[in-house]
Design a protein around this ligand. Structure first.
Ligand code: ATP
Ligand code: MG
Length: 398
């Protein structure tokens, strides 16, 4: 294996003042979790404001890079070659070999700069000297290269530690903040395109995710439920393990269908979904709810509908997609890998009971009035939904 380690670059978390170590420690532990399913053994450690991942022996490079590129908080992943300190000539050879193996021969015609750092001050040469001398060796070995100290196409980093680190390439990470640094929130996860993306976006800010899914058996099938579990597994690749509550919503839906005007069905249903989601959010010590809503996307997401839905919530509701066009959401879902699962054609509890002409500008007073028709049984049905909920721990796919 060419690379024995990765240097992890992190952006935003580097500027958190006194709390910096909390962010770094969380990032270290998230990197450890992400690498668990990867073939190989790794040590993750902090050193001088940096994070290193070192492989202990052979490992699967592609799997490791793929796992690291899902860890929020990482902005760059630099594959590093480690060599023993056996004097300058050996180091020069190692750098020449490194550059030769990073690029095919016909691409060895760029401008470069060597940057040396001595973490170990007893090294017999100054940093600048090392850089200049290595630069010369590279020019000798690859005459098509040119030095450019101001805006080089390639920066070759040499860090002199116990071992010597050589790296030049940065693979982009997902950015954001390490999951676990910002509390937790309850995602309303349906089988659609939007809600998995919403969960991803909030997790990216460091929030740990719990989830609720409402199903309506026998109107919605076991496969529709499995699809939601599969989506949660994909989101868990980024967000870590997800506690998923699966709530049987059938009786509540049928009751609303029976008692309320059909053009208000979706709105009233959504109000009860929010209430139930909040119940589980309190239990899980969540600080907010997350939905995949976006203004104007459907009748239940007009400004008026959102206001009426929101009215039952006492917790903040985070709607990270609120200003996104559908195509933007689709692009993101393709990028994070949920799209193909989201578009599988299984029925959703919202679509089964949907009215032909749902209200687009619901009036709160009129909704209150309709909801008075539910007083007899709704509390009991809500309680039953809570008691019969099934909770599973969803781990990342792999
Ligand atoms: P999605 O693609 O997320 O399903 P959508 O465009 O189909 O969104 P709606 O079905 O109106 O929109 O739902 C809006 C939001 O309500 C969803 O993004 C999701 O957060 C939540 N939601 C809808 N149905 C369910 C459900 N069956 N279980 C859990 N949450 C749901
Ligand atoms: Mg939906």
């Amino acid at each position: 294996m060419l690379y024995q380690a990765f240097l992890i670059k992190y952006g935003e978390i580097g500027v958190k003042g006194k709390n910096r170590h909390i962010f770094e420690d969380t990032l270290v532990s998230q990197i450890g979790n992400a690498l668990k399913p990867v073939d190989g053994e790794f040590t993750v450690r902090k050193e001088n404001g940096r994070i290193y991942v070192e492989a202990r022996g052979e490992y699967d490079y592609d799997e490791a890079v793929e796992a690291l590129s899902c860890v929020f908080g990482i902005v760059g992943i630099c594959p590093v070659v480690l060599t023993e300190d056996e004097g300058f000539e050996e180091l020069a050879k190692a750098v020449v070999n490194y550059v030769g193996s990073e690029f095919p021969e016909n691409e060895l015609c760029f401008t470069f700069k060597v940057v040396t750092r001595r973490a170990r001050k007893n090294y017999p040469m100054e940093s600048m000297e090392v850089s200049a001398a290595i630069g010369e060796k590279l020019l000798e070995a690859y005459p098509q290269l040119r030095v450019d100290v101001h805006s080089p196409q390639l920066m070759i980093h040499i860090e002199i530690r116990n071992k010597i680190n050589i790296y030049s390439r940065t693979i982009p990470g997902p950015g954001g903040m390490p999951v676990g640094t910002a509390g937790r929130a309850m995602l309303l996860l349906s089988g659609g395109i939007d809600s998995p993306v919403a969960g991803y976006m909030i997790a990216k800010r460091g929030v740990k995710i719990d989830a609720v899914y409402f199903h309506a058996p026998p109107y919605t099938s076991e496969r529709a439920k499995q699809k939601v579990v599969d989506l949660a597994r994909i989101v868990a690749k980024y967000a870590g393990p997800i506690r998923l509550h699966i709530i049987n919503f059938t009786e509540i839906q049928l009751y609303i269908y029976d008692k309320c005007p059909h053009d208000q069905l979706t709105i009233i249903m959504r109000r009860y979904m929010m209430k139930l989601a909040e119940h589980f959010a309190h239990e899980d010590e969540d600080l907010g709810l997350i939905t995949g809503e976006s203004i104007g996307q459907v009748a239940s997401q007009t400004m008026q509908s959102l206001a009426v839905t929101n009215e039952v919530c006492t917790m903040p509701v985070y709607r990270p997609l609120i200003g996104f066009d559908k195509q933007d959401i689709i692009d993101l879902s393709q990028k994070i890998g949920t799209y193909e699962t989201s578009i599988l054609p299984f029925e959703d509890c919202c679509t089964i009971f949907v009215a032909k002409h749902p209200v687009t500008k619901p009036n709160l007073k009129s909704i209150y009035k309709s909801e008075t028709h539910l007083t007899e049984k709704i509390d009991e049905l809500m309680q039953e939904a809570i008691e019969t909920a099934e909770t599973i721990r969803v781990e990342q796919m792999g």
